[in-house]
Design a protein around this ligand. Sequence first.
Ligand SMILES: Nc1ncnc2c1ncn2[C@@H]1O[C@H](COP(=O)(O)OP(=O)(O)O)[C@@H](O)[C@H]1O
Ligand SMILES: [Mg+2]
Length: 508
Amino acid sequence: MNDKENNNYVLELLDIHKSYGSKVVNDNITMRLKKNEIHALLGENGAGKTTLMNIAYGLVCPDSGKIKVNGTTLVLENSSAAIKNGIGMVHQHFMLIDSFTVLENIVLGRECKKQGVFTDLQKSKIEIQALLEQYNFEIDLEAKVKDISVGMQQKVEIVKMLYRGAKILILDEPTAVLTPKEIDDLLVVLKGLSESGHSIIIITHKLKEIKKSAQRCTIIKHGKLVATVDVKETDEDQLASMMVGRKVEFSVEKRAHHFSKTLFKVDKLCVNDYRGIRAVNNVSFDIREGEILGIAGVDGNGQSELVEAIAGIRKIESGHFFIEGNNITHKKPREIIDSGVSTIPEDRQKMGLILPFNLAFNLILHKYAIRPFSKFGFLNFESIRKQASSRLKAFDVRPDDPNYLASALSGGNQQKLIIARALFDNPKLLIACQPTRGLDVGAIEYIHKMIIEHRNKGRSILLVSHELDEIIDLSDRVLVFYEGKIVGMLEGKAIEERKIGLLMAGGE
Ligand SMILES: Nc1ncnc2c1ncn2[C@@H]1O[C@H](COP(=O)(O)OP(=O)(O)O)[C@@H](O)[C@H]1O
Ligand SMILES: [Mg+2]
């Protein structure tokens, strides 16, 4: 390669190798970022993407390999060194301080000083305001971080990096928590930045976003480089199969059928959130046998409280719900499970699993006290292990060893384990909350298949998801939640992205 070509790269990660113990996480990966480029980094959960980017940001030290910035080889000992060299990273979990204002968060650690000692917030504010104008950001600098939306917080993180002079921006799954409108906004922001001299690496599982925003895409699998491709010359199917190593079916086959009987009914339900503020406000709906009812909405509009109330773990202020005509309001969680309701909770690690327990025990958490798992008050280990072994195989949990600890599974396999338990004895109503959050396309494909199969058996599913594609692909009917109320009900052909997105944002 001649010098001129070389100059096109603002960041080069060359033959980067990193292992943890005997596990190779980055296996001699090379990735180059061009000036003004948006470059996507794609790979299954656990492929080694975050590690590679942490290496570029000086947070993780590689075992071997070279990092070049603008053609010069550097040793990045920490993130300050990376920032000094114009590299900024926004992590998957934001690192802002909730009780501080936006302005305070942006300047934190880089305050302007008056007379050498006092913080001159006013001076910083003027500089930041100029930045906001330059890049067309609308952010209220005086708002407390805890009061602004996740989409806004993301922008604050980006501005924080720009304020530190970052020319190379690394974003780790920035869209995982955003609404469709926020995602579109972010992609516009990134495009603007790339046109004004910045270069960007974006990690995302969403192939659509890659097609929309990136010029090139680097795919890694099990820590190894698969390829760097031109996005224009690749389609979503090709990207997915390079990443997973086989063809992925995006469309889920759903048998059309006639719904008849109502299975589950919610009548004028009111539920408060943890602060005692009304979160579910007079909500009524029903679900028929063989139907997937999707609930769409931005996080925090009452969906979580609704599900907790149905599962019996949150107090109901007023209203009722019924399964096959039987009133199960105010019943204990165990009685609700026994009446045929099963839940995939939204937080798989906090609510779904007991991480230090093995897979076999996690599979019977809701059934351990009954036969065949217990007899006369004693656990029957043989039967627990045998059941687990066949379930783990049937639900494709890897590894399928009943003695393996839940904490050691990848996110996708933890979710399969939860689904194996939730579908244990063919529940009449499956409540699936964010069933594929943060998972890669291979795992998503599998989980969607399981949900559809359950529906095709004539069972009912309440699907709660912030993922619009998931709601649209799976649901027979969609309710949109906004501020604790149902603001729209869509069925059949009327289920479309633009309409739902608008309702989710409180529009008509
Ligand atoms: N500090 C660490 N110690 C041990 N293993 C780690 C550490 N960080 C990451 N890993 C392992 O490295 C692999 C790649 O992780 P990561 O880079 O986070 O993947 P991705 O971002 O692609 O999902 C995973 O198997 C993860 O468990
Ligand atoms: Mg990651």
